[in-house]
Design a binder for this molecule. Sequence first.
Ligand SMILES: [Zn+2]
Ligand SMILES: [Zn+2]
Length: 422
Amino acid sequence: MKRLLPLFLAVILCFTFVGCSEANDQTPQAESPSETITQTESESSTASTEETTSPTEATTTAIPETTDQPSTSSTTPPAVAEQLPVDSSFSIHFIDVGQADAALVECDGHYMMIDGGNKADSSLIYSVLRNTGVTKLDIVVGTHAHEDHIGGLPGAFNYTTTDLTLCPTTNYDSDAFNDFKKYAEKNGGGITIPSAGDTYTLGSATIDILGVNDGSDTNNTSIVLKITYGSTAFLFTGDAEREVEQAILNRGADLSATVLKVGHHGSDTSTTYPFLREIMPEYAIISVGTGNSYGHPTDNNLSRLCDAEVTVYRTDLNGDIYVTSDGQSVSIFSDKTAAIDEIMTPGSSVTTSPPATQKPEPVQNDSPSEGTDYIVNTNTGKFHYPSCSSVKKMKESNKMFFTGTRDELISQGYNPCGNCHP
Ligand SMILES: [Zn+2]
Ligand SMILES: [Zn+2]
C-alpha cells in the first residue's frame, strides 16, 4: 500500500534509554534494481523421498566474509558499508499473519521469502508480493513443516516462481505440507534440504545456514539462518527451541545479529540466555497472534529479552513490521504503535482483547511519546512532533509514525511542519 520511499539512508535511532523500549510506524520499503543472485553453495539433497535428520557440517565455498567483527584494519573506518554498491538496498517485511511466521526479505532488488503463514494466509502472501512489485523470488524458505510456517507459501508459488526452495524435510503428513510440496515441485524447483554451513547470496547480502534438523521434534528441525548485510545481521530461527540453540552454540557459529526473529513465537522453550548472549540483538521481532491459545509470548521469554536490553516488536500489537538497513544500522517501522507496557505483557494476559480493538490510538498527548519521534503526513509530506495540533486533524490513514532523526526524514524527502518546527 504505502509506496516505497527511495533513498534509505537509515541511521539508527539511538534509544537513549535501555530496557524494553518499543515500536511503531509504517513504512517504506526499499526496492532497487541490481545484479543477479548467485547461489554460492549448498550441498544439499534435492527433493524426492528422503527425510534426513542431521546433516551438520559445513560445506561452504569461499564467500567473502562480511561479518560485523571489526577487524584490525588500520585506516579504514569501522563500517563495512564500503563493500556495498552505492544503490544497494535492504529491507525485511515481517508480515502480520497472526499466530504464524512470514517475512519477505529484499536486497538489491532480489527477494527471499522466509515462511508464509497458515494456509489461510496464501492470498495475503500473494498480495504482499504483488504490492511490493516482486517479479521473482530468489529463495523460498519453509523453516519447518508446520502449517503456520509453510501453509501460505503456495500463495507465493502461485504468484511467482523461485529456483530454490529450502525446507528441512521433503515429507510430512499434513494437507498443508503436501500442498506446499506440490507447489514447490511445480514452481519452486522442488524442495532442497540444506545443511548447516551452506551459504547463499541475495544481492549484496549473505545467507548462512546455521542449523537444520538439529532435533527430531518438528520444531527442532527448523532451518536457522543468518542474513548478513554490511555490518548488520538478522537471525531467523523458525520454531527452534533450546536444544537447537544449544547445538548451534556448540558448533561455535557466529550468532551476532542486530535483529532476532524470536524463535517459536516467544515460547518459553526458546531464546535462552546463552543463545541471547551470543546474538546480542538490538531488536527482537515476535510473530504472534492476538489472543493465541499458547500464551505466546511468555513472561519468561519477554523477561529474558528485557534483561538483554532488547527492543521488542510484536506483530499482534505492531501489525506489519518493516526493518531497513543501510549496512551499518537498522531502522524499524510498524503499522501500529504499542506502548512498552503492552509489548512486555505476555500473550496470556492479553487473550481477551478482540483483534478489532487493536487499532492504535496514536500519540496525541503533548509530548512525543516513547518510541515515536515524529508523525509524518504521508499525504502532504510534512512531518510533525506528535504534540503538534495538526496531528489531531490528520486523517488516520495518512499518518505514519516514525522513530528516528529529523535528518533521516529530510533525507527521505519529507519537510518539517511550519507550526511545530520539528
Ligand atoms: Zn510456528
Ligand atoms: Zn512449529
